[in-house]
Design a protein around this ligand. Structure first.
Ligand SMILES: C[S@@+](CC[C@H](N)C(=O)[O-])C[C@H]1O[C@@H](n2cnc3c(N)ncnc32)[C@H](O)[C@@H]1O
Length: 257
């Protein structure tokens, strides 16, 4: 059973990797594959509705399955060691559906025609993908995508509990991986209406995700995470920090005469 669990974890990881690499091509508009702007444009209203439903499926899957209450409930049915892989499988299926069914909205919102400008924007976008990939390794890449848990099950080693880390980028922003997504999605030389819808919806969702993720991190790591939140900005380096007003010091009590 242990080996079957590991084989499952590995297959899910390969499926995730394929959808992730395809997503880069989809967003960057790599020729020869289905991209965010490719295909025949139909009526705009139907494209907006279909794309909104696809984005909504991803958001609901991600939000519900990531919550600790949901995890407690469904690990009664799914082995705990395969929980993360099953989450990654569901997320990758939601992304694959979006890539497959996405409808173009080709009207151009902005276009940078100057070569230097295009290179700068494409470089920022590439930097975003790199930052997000490095961030997964800074946290723990193979744990994030479930492979480590299934490997530990196979080896019979006890599952490690999540540890709180703040290496490298995490000293400058609390969510470098999400910052990477935002850079990759927004920095484009040709912003179409379809691309803009994608960027706005995913960015909005990232901020909702951050709210819930930080609530869970505070529940797990308490004061340690609160102190980190006071010290390090959320998503933009050098942005004013999340300072909570300090309670006013209580004046020293004087003896009554
Ligand atoms: C997709 S990752 C995104 C991490 C982070 N929000 C970011 O943008 O870099 C989400 C997982 O990372 C975990 N996580 C977030 N910050 C962490 C940290 N500083 N140390 C360890 N795990 C963290 C969350 O608990 C969650 O399971």
């Amino acid at each position: 059973m242990g080996f079957v669990a590991f084989a499952y974890g590995l297959l899910v990881y390969l499926f995730f990797l394929a959808t992730f690499l395809y997503t880069i091509g989809f967003v960057e508009g790599i020729p020869g594959i289905k991209t965010i702007d490719s295909g025949l444009a139909g009526p705009a209203w139907s494209a907006v509705i279909i794309n909104a439903v696809l984005l909504g499926i991803f958001a609901v899957q991600h939000s519900v399955m990531a919550r600790s209450g949901f995890k407690r409930w469904w690990t009664r049915y799914v082995p705990a060691s395969a929980e993360r892989s099953t989450y990654v499988l569901a997320a990758s299926l939601a992304v694959a559906l979006l890539l497959w069914q996405w409808r173009p909205l080709p009207d151009v919102v902005w276009s940078v025609d100057n070569l230097a400008g295009r290179i700068v924007l494409l470089s920022i976008s590439a930097l975003g993908w790199i930052v997000l990939l490095i961030s997964t390794f800074l946290i723990n890449h193979f744990e994030l995508f479930g492979v480590q848990q299934t490997f530990q099950r196979w080896q019979g080693t006890p599952a490690k509990t999540q540890t709180f880390k703040t290496p490298a980028f995490y000293n400058y922003v609390r969510h470098p991986l999400y910052l990477g997504f935002i850079l990759a999605f927004w920095a484009t030389p040709t912003m179409t209406q379809g691309h803009l819808l994608f960027a706005v919806a995913t960015t909005g969702y990232i901020f909702v995700g951050i709210f819930f993720e930080e609530r869970d991190l505070i529940a797990s790591f308490g004061e340690e995470y609160r102190r980190y939140r006071n010290r390090v900005p959320m998503i933009l380096p050098f942005w004013p920090k999340h300072e909570r007003p300090r309670p006013k010091p209580i004046g020293t009590l004087r003896p009554r005469h």
